[in-house]
Design a protein around this ligand. Structure first.
Ligand SMILES: Cc1ncc(C[n+]2csc(CCOP(=O)(O)OP(=O)(O)O)c2C)c(N)n1
Ligand code: SF4
Ligand SMILES: [Mg+2]
Length: 347
């Protein structure tokens, strides 16, 4: 697909592309699957932020969710990896091409079960990556078995009751060091778009747990990840306005009830607080919010935790500015004399 010439009369963004440059192939997921709505918001967010799709790396594991990078950003680079192994592929890609923007899509099974070991280390490294969990509480692709995010006591379509407590991926990510952690709902267009736009501006790991009902295996009475359950138990952190740095800042907000967060690239994220004293940069308050809403059977949605100035993994490794993939062989291969010296030191 060409990203050069916008169709006549089409709305274009700041890099003169129309939205067709951000679309992907036709979805093969079930009609009404929450994952499709998330792909739509990803398309909108990258278009509205004016990100060059050729500078984006799309990554995924295995699952219905992990198929979805095929349905957005066709001109971008893509790698559909192995079940639960997307974090290591993303780490390699970003160490080689730290000048790109990476977005990874995973599932609650891909992340919370087979991939939990890789997820844990990804979060503590703060790799620059937007990591989305399309969270339906089940293994959609393999016919609806419970995943580790299924709530205790929730019922599968075949009547089986889940008897294990869930992993809260947001709490885990905050605890381990992710610098941007949010929860949203595939059916909340406005909030999900704002959260995605803010994540695009953040440098470091942006972990987004997006509740995304599986209409085929997990959208019945008894499921806590169904459309009706989430609509009734969603506690939004309030209205979020995201203002990219290249747009005129012109939002109306009540100074007394809004927190402004300066993003790494100079843009601003405004959170309208529900609780008087909620502060998304306070780690302990963020954990308390997750525990308190969980105790009431509710989901806190919005940006739950943010630490905009934390060193990312590329800073921590003190890599050279030139992407490693562009360094010539003479720079990456030490001469024989240096290797001999290293070998001598190992005697
Ligand atoms: C190594 C390996 N083990 C098991 C599977 C089978 N498998 C494929 S997808 C999947 C779970 C997918 O669940 P999730 O990540 O929640 O994605 P969803 O389909 O729900 O979007 C499993 C167990 C596999 N493909 N590879
Ligand atoms: S089985 Fe569920 S998760 Fe998979 S495409 Fe269908 S609705 Fe979506
Ligand atoms: Mg799933």
């Amino acid at each position: 697909m060409s990203t050069e010439t916008p169709a006549p009369g089409k709305r274009t963004n700041r890099i003169n592309l129309d939205v067709s440059s951000y679309r992907g192939s036709k979805t093969t997921l079930c009609a009404g699957c929450g994952h499709n709505a998330i792909s739509e918001r990803i398309i909108d967010a990258f278009f509205e932020m004016g990100v060059d799709p050729k500078r984006v790396i799309k990554l995924s594991g295995i699952g219905c969710s992990s198929k979805s990078p095929a349905y957005f950003l066709n001109p971008s680079h893509g790698f559909n990896s192995v079940h639960g192994r997307m974090p290591s592929v993303a780490t390699g890609a970003m160490l080689a091409r730290g000048d790109m923007l990476a977005i990874g899509v995973s599932g609650d099974g891909d992340t919370g079960a087979i991939g939990i070991g890789q997820f844990v280390h990804l979060m503590r490294r703060n790799l620059p990556l937007i990591y989305i969990i399309e969270d339906n509480g089940c293994y959609g692709l393999t016919k609806g078995q419970f995943s580790p995010t299924a709530d205790l006591g929730s019922k599968a379509k075949n009547g089986v009751v889940n008897d294990l407590p869930p992993i809260d991926t947001c709490a885990l990510a905050i605890e381990l060091g992710a610098s941007f952690v949010a929860r949203s709902f595939s059916g909340d267009k406005k909030q999900l778009l704002s959260v995605l736009k803010a994540a695009i501006s953040h440098r470091g790991t942006s972990m987004l747990d997006v509740i995304s009902p599986c209409v085929t295996f997990n959208d019945h009475d008894g499921s806590t990840k169904s459309y009706s359950y989430v609509k009734d138990h969603d506690e939004p952190l309030g209205e979020i306005s995201f203002v990219p740095y290249f747009e005129e800042i012109n939002v109306e907000y009540d100074a007394g009830s809004t927190t402004a967060v300066k993003m790494h690239d100079g843009s601003s994220l405004f959170l309208r607080k529900v609780a008087e004293d909620y502060n998304p940069s306070d780690k302990i308050a963020a954990m308390r919010l997750l525990h308190e809403t969980n105790r009431r059977g509710e989901f806190a949605t919005g940006v739950i935790y943010i630490e905009p100035d934390k060193d990312d993994f590329i800073d921590t490794l003190n890599l050279v500015d030139t992407p490693l993939a562009e360094l010539g062989e003479n720079k990456v291969r030490p001469p024989k004399a240096v290797l001999d010296e290293i070998m001598e030191g190992l005697r």
